[in-house]
Ligand binder design. Sequence first.
Ligand code: AMP
Length: 281
Amino acid sequence: MDIIEKIADLQPILKDFLDRGLKIGFVPTMGALHQGHISLVEKAKKENQKVVVSIFVNPTQFNNPDDLKKYPRMPETDFKLLERAETDVIFFPDENEIYPPGYQKAEEFNFGNLEKVMEGKFRPGHFKGVAEVVSRLFEIVTPHRAYFGEKDFQQLAVIRELVRTKNFPVEIIGCPTIREADGLAMSSRNLLLSAEMRKEAAKISKALFHFREQWKSKPLAEVKKEAISMIESSGKLRVEYIEVADAKTLELLDVWNGSITQRCLTAVQAGNIRLIDNVQL
Ligand code: AMP
């Protein structure tokens, strides 16, 4: 496994793969890896001859400087996990490498409704930052396939739109959310939860599963209310939003029109840690 910090060192390795006709699967991450990330690597490994994983905490997608500062970083542990998952190349650049002095954003990204609702509304500029770094990484890594988790469902939709509008020659593969035994969606941010909040956080997925069971038999507004009170029952968690959306367009829905696939998505504040999760209805 190669651990590469510089684009100039990555290029000959990628050129060799491409010259040999090998397919490259790519998994972009911000590190502090867990089984959710590793499931993406394993899928990439099955579907491609070479797997590149990037670890880069992208400052341009953080709308809250404190969130960026406290984001967990543990590269040595990450390297070991990735070695065990038989990763071929780790790309571990610093900020200067991704955004060199004089770097200018190619253009402003615009994703319409996709970046106006839910995460877009509560984290202004977040998806422009995500699109910026993913575009840079696609240009650098030139993967055939790239793997993203449904855990960040709105991000996955934004990236599909990015690839569609910019014609990146890459296939986007969405992968199911991996959960802890109590249902909590795995997330690097879970590491920042106190023991008490970690226990509370299991209510988030329980409320989403409740939603999934109940939404057909009751008005959505009523199920929403139930889900919110399940999450907020002890007053420790606070729901920022819980929405039902068209799984493709992410248009928010008040009622089911009977023909489209729906997703229920939520963001919850657990003390000063913000957690997101979603389920297919
Ligand atoms: P991050 O390091 O949080 O930027 O995540 C890197 C990739 O891993 C993204 O595509 C995430 O959606 C994905 N991911 C994070 N958590 C999970 C999870 N619990 N299950 C599946 N994929 C995940």
